[in-house]
Design a protein around this ligand. Structure first.
Ligand SMILES: Nc1nc2c(ncn2[C@@H]2O[C@H](COP(=O)(O)OP(=O)(O)O)[C@@H](O)[C@H]2O)c(=O)[nH]1
Length: 497
């Protein structure tokens, strides 16, 4: 009994100093790990927002973008949260009644108020960018264009967002920002990968943008945009062809075929059996065709379809001028274009048309695309209407023309061959965000893409916590080992000193 008590008293583990040191050691380690975990735990995500209105020639669309609030210092990913198609036509069509241009935006703006949390309203930038429709109105009637902008500004300022202005984008900006959007969404910029070219087809203009190999920038400075993004330099070639969007090019095709002012016109770009009455004044009411208006023409003409893809291609080809080129090489209309490079993303009306025609699959050879179009154009109008009762007649009637124009523009205009044609991907969106200039525009205006690569933390959160835990455990084991001289000896019999 007394020997046992003596053993207890002499057990070095039971000295008050050892107990205190052990307890402090354990508490310190637990505290260290807890602080590391708590400090670095993922907090519930908070977002910031930006709104861009794309005032196109045929319609206006509103896009809401969001990105993690704590990472707006250039590292957070910006994504499209919501989009809204404004009912009615593009703002340029309200030249005669500008207030209605402003009013037309109200419904989508109200949606935006609901989509963006109210505590973020005041800090959310709101931009409106107008493209070729307003470029044309500005050429045609400057005063009317200014009035439309006044009405739109007034309407937008009535909403609680941080209004940053409405302006017409230059064709160069439209092309370049479309390219930024596609490559940003594909993560090509941050990773410094080879970039994808961008092909955008609107109603009133069309853009081509890509980074060429060995491009001599001095040849045509107006077609070049230099960027430094995430530490990489890009020399982008871009060109916007005003009047070569699909609605204006259709006007040009109709103008070409009615230049003698006939009463009836047979059009290979429309289906056999198609027939509508068109008004000469309405057709020629655009700067893209106004100079071609026949001197003498009746009020109306009957537009009938013949449905012949190859003859339609001949009509479309007459709209491109291949005769003069003062550069080493040109696309058409005397515009410089370096050799095509790499893969391309084709969006906007390229996608609408090719998707309707079931021709978005890049593995379909160019020859098959043409054969399918020839077959489609030759199908009687009645049959087409029966097959697609859900599609708006205006769109439906024009797919033969638009498809023929797309193929002709790409091959004859931009010089895509049967090999390079397969490098075009017809896309609507990338990772949930629509392809188009709006995202690139906002990223640029909010400085969300830095010129230099941002410093990234050396370790991700999980790695950091694991390392702290492992080090803490090692320290604890080391501490226990350091107490070895005072460990009790291992023996069956209690040792009595
Ligand atoms: N088939 C089809 N065409 C569309 C649709 N939405 C727009 N478009 C057409 O696509 C073209 C692009 O229009 P828009 O963006 O307003 O032109 P931009 O301002 O010249 O770039 C126009 O010819 C529109 O008629 C759609 O949902 N389906």
């Amino acid at each position: 009994m007394s020997a046992q008590r003596e053993m207890k008293e002499k057990n070095p583990w039971h000295t008050p100093l050892t107990i205190i040191i052990t307890v402090i050691g354990v508490i310190a380690i637990v505290a260290l790990v807890t602080v590391a975990v708590l400090q670095n735990r993922p907090v519930p995500q908070k977002y910031k927002y930006g709104i861009v209105l794309d005032a196109g020639s045929s319609h206006t669309a509103l896009y809401i973008y969001e990105w993690p609030a704590e990472k707006d210092n250039n590292t957070g990913r910006v994504e499209q949260k919501h989009s809204c198609k404004v009912k009615g036509k593009g703002i340029s069509s309200y030249a005669a009644e500008p207030e209605k241009a402003g009013m037309s935006l109200t419904e989508c703006m109200r949606e935006a108020e609901m989509q963006v949390p109210s505590r973020r309203h005041q800090e959310t930038p709101l931009y409106l960018g107008a493209t070729a429709g307003m470029r044309l109105l500005n050429i045609e009637n400057r005063e009317a264009s200014d009035k439309v902008f006044e009405a739109v500004e007034k309407a937008l300022q009535g909403f609680p967002f941080s209004y940053q202005g409405a302006r017409i984008l230059s064709g160069q900006e439209e092309g370049a920002f479309g390219w930024v959007t596609v490559n940003y969404l594909d993560d090509r910029l941050k990773q410094g990968l080879e970039t994808t070219g961008a092909l955008d087809l609107g109603g009133a203009s069309t853009q081509i943008s890509f980074v060429p190999h060995e491009y001599d920038i001095s040849e045509s400075p107006s077609n070049s945009v230099a960027f430094r993004l995430y530490g990489n330099d890009y020399n982008l070639y871009t060109h916007s062809f005003l009047c070569y969007g699909k609605d204006q090019v259709l006007r040009m095709a109709l103008a070409h075929q009615t230049r003698s002012g006939p009463v009836t016109m047979s059009d290979p770009c429309f289906h056999p059996g198609y027939s509508v009455t068109r008004n000469y004044n309405a057709l020629y009411d655009s700067p893209c065709v106004s100079e071609r208006k026949p001197k003498e023409a009746p009020l109306n003409f009957t537009h009938t379809g013949v449905g012949n893809f190859f003859r339609c291609q001949e009509v479309v080809k007459t709209l491109f001028n291949f005769t003069s080129c003062k550069y080493s090489r040109c696309s058409f209309n005397g515009i410089f274009q370096p050799p095509l490079q790499g893969s391309f993303g084709a969006f906007s009306a390229y996608y609408f048309v090719m998707n309707f025609l079931n021709l978005t699959d890049s593995s379909i050879p160019l020859e098959t695309v043409k054969a399918n179009l020839a077959n489609y154009c030759g199908t009687p109008w009645n049959q087409i209407k029966q097959q697609h009762p859900e599609v708006k007649e205006k769109y439906l009637a024009e797919y033969c023309f638009s498809g023929t124009y797309i193929v002709t523009l790409l091959t004859e205009g931009y010089n895509f061959t049967k090999e390079t044609f397969s490098k075009i991907k017809f896309i609507k969106e990338i990772k949930g965000s629509d392809a188009g200039w709006t995202l690139g525009y906002m990223l640029n205006l909010t400085n969300m893409i830095p010129a230099e690569a941002p410093d990234s933390p050396p370790l991700p959160h999980a790695g950091y916590v694991s390392i702290v835990t492992v080090i803490a455990l090692l320290l604890f084991i080391l501490f226990i080992l350091s107490l070895r001289p005072i460990w009790p000896k291992c023996s069956k019999k209690p040792q009595i000193v």
